[in-house]
Design a protein around this ligand. Structure first.
Ligand code: URA
Length: 276
């Protein structure tokens, strides 16, 4: 089972993509952008420590999405007030279940809050529940969820012990359409509080939607996957890695090779930080 998953991911040879001549190879340079003082990271730029650990092509974070250009809707204001009152994950779950400010709730069968271990080092964030998730009230339980479980197992993680899973949106959009910016803005205060209360060691973002709403990066997932960023909120700084959504990997199995690289990078970060 595991070997099949690794083979599907493209990890079927103990070789790099291209032959390496170890006699001529010089280490990839780790240079800081000139304008970044090592002790004072600018907003939108990874702190020096992060910059040093990643190759040069990853040194500058992608363009930030313009946010808060429109006034908050009534739903977003009441979500913000409700989220601010929560001091535990249980209180947040109860507040989201009681929240009526998002129209998606009217057509959904269940609120899908989270699954996994609340003390896990990794928090995974997807887009929105699909049909299976809506029926069961749990995130990632359909086909893409099964693939996600195999991906986690491939690096020794599981939702029972070491992963905690949620979505940007808590209710299934009808017909599995992508959530609108308004729907995302209404759920956003809960998502922000969710990350704050959960305080994971590392965030893994599944697909473009959480990349836009958690890191505020505007580039597409194909450009940003595998690039470590930092989620910042007040004093909280969490290393954050975008990767492909498992539903995309089901449609494009050739992308599993890149997803495998991302998973290995995630595992390295967890080991390096002593989280596992
Ligand atoms: N896709 C998601 O983004 N989230 C789920 O929970 C299921 C499928």
């Amino acid at each position: 089972m595991m070997l099949k998953w690794l083979a599907d991911m493209g990890a079927d040879e103990a070789l790099a993509d291209a032959a390496i001549d170890r006699f001529t190879v010089t280490p990839e340079p780790f240079t800081l952008p000139q304008a970044v003082p090592a002790t004072a990271p600018r907003p939108g730029v990874a702190p020096a420590e992060e910059v040093l650990r990643v190759p040069q092509r990853h040194a500058i974070e992608p363009a930030q999405r313009a946010v808060a250009a429109v006034p908050l809707s009534a739903g977003a204001v009441s979500a913000r007030e409700a989220a601010a009152r929560c001091n535990t994950l249980d209180e947040l779950r109860a507040a989201v279940l009681a929240f009526d400010g998002c129209v998606l709730k009217q057509t959904a069968k269940h609120t899908v809050f989270a699954d996994g271990n609340p003390d896990a080092p990794v928090m995974l964030i997807g887009e929105a529940p699909g049909r299976d998730e809506d029926l069961q009230g749990l995130p990632f339980v359909g086909r893409s969820g099964m693939l996600l479980d195999r991906m986690l197992a491939a690096i020794g993680l599981s939702r029972k012990d070491s992963a905690y899973i949620t979505n940007v949106i808590f209710w299934r959009p009808p017909g599995n359409r992508p959530p609108t910016p308004e729907e995302a803005a209404i759920c956003a205060p809960f998502l922000v509080r969710h990350i704050e209360l959960k305080r994971p060691r590392v965030l893994l973002l599944l697909g473009g939607t959480p990349v836009r709403h958690v890191l505020n990066w505007e580039d597409g997932i194909t450009r940003v996957r595998g690039r470590w960023g930092v989620y910042r909120k007040d004093t909280l700084e969490i290393p954050t890695l975008p990767t492909f959504h498992p539903a995309y990997l089901l449609r494009q199995p050739s992308a599993k090779k890149l997803a495998w690289q991302d998973l290995q990078s995630l595992r390295e970060k967890l080991v390096e930080s002593g989280a596992i």
